[in-house]
Design a protein around this ligand. Sequence first.
Ligand code: HEM
Length: 433
Amino acid sequence: MRATSVDDQPATAITPKSYEEQQMTGNDDIISPGITNRWPVRRADIFQEPEIYATLRSEAPIVRATFPSGKEGWILTRYDDVRAIGRDKRVSSNQANPGFPHAYQGHSTTLATGSLMGMDAPTHTEQRRMILSFFSDARVQSYRTQIEEFVDRLIEEVRVLPQPVDLVEAYALRVPTWLSGLIFGVPASMYDVIIDRTAVRVSYTASPKKMQQATDDLQAVIAELIAMKRAEPQDDLFSFIVQQHDAGLLSHKDTTDMMQLLIVGGHESTANAIALSILALLENPDQLEALRADRSLLKNAIEELLRYATTNQTIFGRVATDDIELHGQTIKKGEGIRALILSANRDESMFPNAGRLDIRRDAKRHLAFGFGPHVCIGQGYARLELEVALWAAITRLPNLRLAVPHDELAVRWDAGVHGLDSLPALWDMADAC
Ligand code: HEM
């Protein structure tokens, strides 16, 4: 049973440590019933949640926090609460709300405000429905053969590269780049700019100036894409979106914001999930061997890897549109909320022994894709990419292993989408098949 010591305590705000200070200390000394904490909190290790989360879940499941934008709001850490807020009708995702809990220092309210993620019903429902057929199971599966063939060629190229090989750059990033290019109809030549500027966009620490520059660059590429799709429409998602715009069903801003979100959303999270899944398996050899020996475990293993790696640390911000009572606290109308997916996916009441990777566990209720009306629209593609890319990596690179000790891995500590900058790996060439 959980302790609920926070429930009756008054909120007494303190001056928190600086964000940098907490990044240095790992923030493990901020136990916080009723006080204001800085969020985000750094993880002690790649696959560990910040230590404070377990304490918060058990003692203070809702606490006040200051976000990188300087705004104050609330963080939620328990599985049930994170799931519930995802479908709560008393919250808004609109970034224009003054209390919006921006996770990035550089976020301005002009950034992709027209994208699905930052919209509320009924506009959100209409626009999501508009593009939903491109994300149906049938549509996703229609790409299976093509992605299998692509990964087949890619792994052959990767296999013979001079080692060590960085599997993030040579492999994990290339899969979503290629597939998104196909689904959206984005030429590979535009992806360099998109990848580079996206990395700035998802950094917690990029300055407002750098963030704005990255946004401007992305919008310029998108303007170019729109012109291209108008001139030569194909059977791809972006041609369809431009047609909706030209039919008067989407504003110019909604069109560019939607494209921007789709590119960003489909790229970084998936690449990181592929790289982290490979790493997680390499670091759990018993699980790796079990999976290699029995492909029927793959689908279940992917759910567990999505839970275990949890690339997106939080669902998008929400703002209360009414007072919300939770565990004896009141989230007041207008206040921001961050529901922490990483913490929810480590909630022992839902996933016993949650810090352990267990590819046989029933993990399908994980919240890696969020929950509710904004649940990840691209999850079918993400699963397909993981399935094909992961299987090829663990079966086609004999004796696959890390080229550096765990502690030397380059982790993206400063980004909302958790991942690795690089994954240097080695394998045996002699018996490569
Ligand atoms: C492992 C890979 C991925 C992860 C972990 C992930 C995770 C998420 C999460 C946590 C949300 C927010 C849910 C919320 O705020 O309630 C989201 C939304 C979204 N994702 Fe993904 N995602 C992944 C891959 C993709 C892909 C491949 C695409 C596109 C092809 C995509 C497109 C989107 C879009 C458009 C939204 C906004 C949906 C809405 O607001 O209605 N994602 N994703």
